[in-house]
Every structure is written in C-alpha cells, then in structure tokens.
Design a binder for this molecule. Structure first.
Ligand code: SF4
Length: 338
C-alpha cells in the first residue's frame, strides 16, 4: 500500500477521493468503487502503486493512435482495477476483480524499473493502458516524470472519467491520449458502464484546451449505441467541441464478458458510421478491428491521396506527413522531442 494523492479528509475518519468523477466518500477501513483505494484510519492508500498486471511492447497503432510517431513501439502496462463496470469489457480479468472484492495482484515494479524496461526495448513512448490508468494515477504520474527525464513520450489510454483536478495534475506529463467516447447517452453510460457521460464530455474538451494530442475511440455495439442519430451526435460533438482534425476510431464489437447476447458489429454498420463521420466533416475516421479495410490508411482530407499507409498495426510513412498531391499537412505528433 502506498500513500494516495487527490483526496480530502471528512468527518468521522471518512475521506473523499477526488481522483475521478465518482468522487467516492470512503468510510474508515472501506474501499472506493474501483476497489483499489483504501481508507486506512483516515488516510487514503492505493493498492496499485507497486505492482502491474500486464506489460507488453505494442505498436502505437494498437492503442489506437494513428497520428503519433507512426510505426513506433510503445511500452504498455496496466494494473488491476477500473472505475467503470462495462458489461462488454475486453480486459475484464484485469479490470473487474478489485471491484468484486478480490485482491490486487501482479508483478512488483517501481517507476524506474518500468522506464528502464521501456528503454531496453527501444520503445519511443510509455502507454498507461489495458485497465484504467486513472486508478493507478500515482504510478502513472511518477513513471511519466521519469520517462520524460529519459526522453520518452507518455500516452494515456482512458475512459476519460477523471476529475478536473486529476487531469490538471497530469498536464505537462501526458503528451498524447486516446479517450473512449463509449456512446452519446447518459442511459448507456449508466446501464452498461456504471458511470456518466457528462464528465467524459467535459474532460474531452479540457484535454483539447490543455493541448494534449487527442484521438477518440467508440466501440460500436449493435442495438446499443449504433443508431444514425447517435453517431451523428458523436461526430458533431467531435467536430464542434474538439476539432474536425481529431481522429475518430470506430471499433468493431465482439461478444464478450457479460454482453454475449448480440453478434459482432456487421461491417455495413461500421461503414455507415464511417460515412456519418465523414459527412459530418471529420477529417480522419478509422475503422478498428477490421484489418485490410480502406479506412485504415490516413488519407489527405483535402484530396483523398493516401499519406500514411497501414497494414494491420504496421504503418509506413515516408518523409513528412504532408500530402504529396496537394501539399496539405496532416496534424499529429510526428517527432519526439518536437
Ligand atoms: S478513483 Fe474514482 S472510483 Fe476509485 S475511489 Fe477514487 S473516486 Fe472512487
């Protein structure tokens, strides 16, 4: 157990955790909703500072980030635990156990060990991912500080449910992120994730204001979040509130965990979502989990010429990310340090 940050004491030994938008009030000897933050005698402690449950060297395209150092690898890790309870979670063996009262398990680490490993593997960046990095905030922040000292970029892959206080504390540490926009209705977030939409929308706008590179992902689930009207609402929100150049990844759903009552997303629905994104004026819309599809390349938004070619998670960018046909520059992070 390690001292937690971003909380305040209340009366009778209770504390309020201020790390995410749940703002849990935790009585003495109890845990927050995520199951990893414990009130021990009026002090908030975290069980996710010194052990990780998964680590891999991944292509950065797998996060997915398509406009960040294409073709590079990112050292990715995550701990157990999550502040959401998504019925369709693809990583439920990592995310769910602490919430269900089981212990946080994993391999012992320190921030310095994680950065050493990233350097040894020749990664260009570290990604805080797999479960929900907000609930291992202290490990993420200390590792990110050490990573910057060693010339590495920091990437956060998140459900976007942080408190504003938490996001502000990460400003200057995180360079790029992929944030889920799981749907555009409060009822979806409430019924399927045990959370709310409003804080996610607020945070997406805040991230743009802070200047982090942002890409957005939506898992398209049949009969849940795939109506034309909802897709149009999401695309218009991205265009109007985040910017038309923010890439939107629309991923194919596969039945898993507690959502096995429906089929994988049909290709036609994914292509319809892609079309809606483009009709709404988004410059870059990508389909995920559909390898070999034309949308996996980065095309020039002005003339349609392919600027970055991808095959699965392999990306080929020759020279600068500028359209050779019309000279349009593609936004993103193409070198680091800049
Ligand atoms: S991180 Fe969120 S879910 Fe976990 S204790 Fe804090 S406020 Fe609650």
């Amino acid at each position: 157990m390690h001292a937690a940050k971003h909380w305040k004491p209340l009366n009778d030994g209770a504390v309020q955790c201020r790390l995410c938008a749940h703002s849990c009030i935790i009585r003495s000897e109890d845990k927050g909703l995520c199951g990893v933050r414990h009130n021990k005698g009026g002090e908030l402690l975290t069980a996710t500072y010194d052990c990780i449950a998964a680590a891999n060297l991944d292509p950065v395209e797998k996060k997915p980030l398509y406009h960040v150092l294409p073709g590079s690898t990112t050292f990715s890790f995550g701990t157990m635990g999550c502040n959401f309870s998504c019925a369709f979670c693809q990583n439920h063996t990592l995310s769910a156990p602490p919430r269900l009262g089981r212990p946080v398990q994993g391999q012992p680490v320190t921030p310095a060990i994680l950065v050493e490993e990233a350097l040894r593997l020749n990664a260009r960046s570290i990604s805080y991912t797999y479960s929900e990095p907000t609930i291992f905030y202290e490990l993420m922040a200390d590792t990110a500080t050490c990573a910057i000292d060693n010339g590495l970029m920091n990437i956060m892959v998140s459900n976007g449910f942080q408190s504003t206080e938490c996001l502000d504390a990460l400003n200057g540490l995180i360079h790029a992120c992929n944030i889920d926009l799981k749907a555009f209705t409060e009822s979806f977030y409430h019924e399927h994730c045990g959370a709310q939409l409003k804080p996610v929308l607020r945070n997406l706008k805040h991230i743009v204001r802070m200047g982090w590179w942002l890409e957005v992902t939506t898992l398209l689930i049949p009969e849940a979040n795939d109506s034309d009207a909802e897709l149009r609402d999401m695309a218009c929100f991205i265009r109007d509130e985040l910017g038309k150049d923010v890439p939107w990844h629309i991923s194919r759903f596969h039945p898993t965990y507690m959502m096995t009552d429906r089929p994988p997303t049909p290709l036609e629905r994914l292509e319809r979502a892609w079309e809606i994104g483009k009709q709404c004026g988004l410059s870059h819309v990508y389909l995920g989990n559909v390898h070999g599809h034309f949308s996996e390349h980065t095309a020039c938004p002005s003339c349609g010429n392919v600027v970055i070619r991808r095959t699965g998670y392999r990306a080929i960018l020759k020279g600068a990310p500028v359209c050779k046909a019309c000279g349009t520059s593609i936004p993103g992070i193409w070198s680091f340090p800049a």
